[in-house]
Design a protein around this ligand. Structure first.
Ligand code: PRP
Ligand code: ADE
Length: 247
């Protein structure tokens, strides 16, 4: 692990940042990230999602996905010891600060989802970072978008699930009529760490009668083995931390 740097680790388009207590690691020294030479769509961890999935996409779509994942990964930043000591925080916000990367993310997810899962009826996004791209992805897929929210934010009858995550515990809710019985549901979020958040979302979807076709994340913290908590195929766009932050 390299020493933290004062410079934002942002290759594509430097951000206007203010200095905070946590400074990002340099993008070219994020040793926790796998090298980008080999595009992540071929990750071993994604092969489960491919099993029984759709045929391999047109070569040009596969090449486009490979190229997009390289640019997207290069834009990410990491902040050690945020929000608490021992956590290496993955900052995905530079993607959304750059229109080209933002477009690239949604396009990459569309290609990957169509290949791995086909078209879902509903995209379920998790509060809050799953809301950054869940609705745009749903539009691309011709699907509905439904939010899973932190407790106390949704009106009307709701289902509730408590869960543990990488730092702390929380409650998720969905409106009781948000998913219809038998609808094919894709659950999306920015990051899977312990898998607690995604598993709780899955529990809620199933309580409403939805059929989960898969889970999609931008990043996965491999060492926490969160995908083991999920009972449907998992697809992660970009490789990430393989081990816990060491001091
Ligand atoms: O796999 P897990 O250990 O459950 O952790 C992953 C979750 O943690 C983060 O959300 P957080 O609850 O910090 O909320 P935010 O999206 O509102 O920032 C992240 O956006 C995922 O939803
Ligand atoms: N390490 C991490 N970085 C960003 N978001 C997270 N959510 C849970 N763990 C996280």
């Amino acid at each position: 692990m390299s020493a933290p740097s004062d410079a934002p680790a942002h290759h594509q388009s430097p951000l206007n940042t203010t200095t905070t207590a946590n400074t990002p690691l340099k993008g070219d020294s994020t040793s926790a990230h796998a090298p980008a030479a080999c595009p992540d769509p071929t990750l071993e961890s994604n092969r489960h999602a491919a099993q029984g999935g759709q045929p391999t996409p047109h070569p040009s779509a596969a090449a486009e996905l490979a190229s997009l994942t390289i640019s997207l990964k290069a834009s990410l930043r990491q902040f050690p010891d945020f929000p608490e000591p021992g956590i290496l925080f993955e900052d995905i916000l530079p993607i959304f600060a750059d229109a080209e990367l933002h477009e690239g993310l949604v396009r990459a997810l569309q290609i990957a989802v169509e290949k791995q899962f086909g078209k879902p009826d509903v995209v379920v996004g998790l509060d809050a970072r799953g809301f950054l791209f869940g609705p745009s992805l749903a539009l691309r897929l011709g699907a509905a978008f439904v939010p899973v929210r932190k407790r106390g934010k949704l009106p009307g009858p709701c289902e509730t699930a408590e869960y543990q995550k990488e730092y702390g515990s929380d409650f998720f809710q969905m409106q009781a009529d948000a998913v219809k019985k038998g609808q094919k549901v894709l659950v999306v979020d920015d990051i899977i760490a312990t898998g607690g958040s995604a598993a709780a979302a899955g529990t809620l979807v199933k309580k409403l009668g939805g059929a989960i076709v898969g889970y999609v994340f931008i990043l996965e913290l491999d060492f926490l083995k969160g995908r083991d908590k999920l009972d449907a195929p998992v697809y992660t766009l970009l490789a990430s931390q393989e081990e816990k932050l060491q001091h």
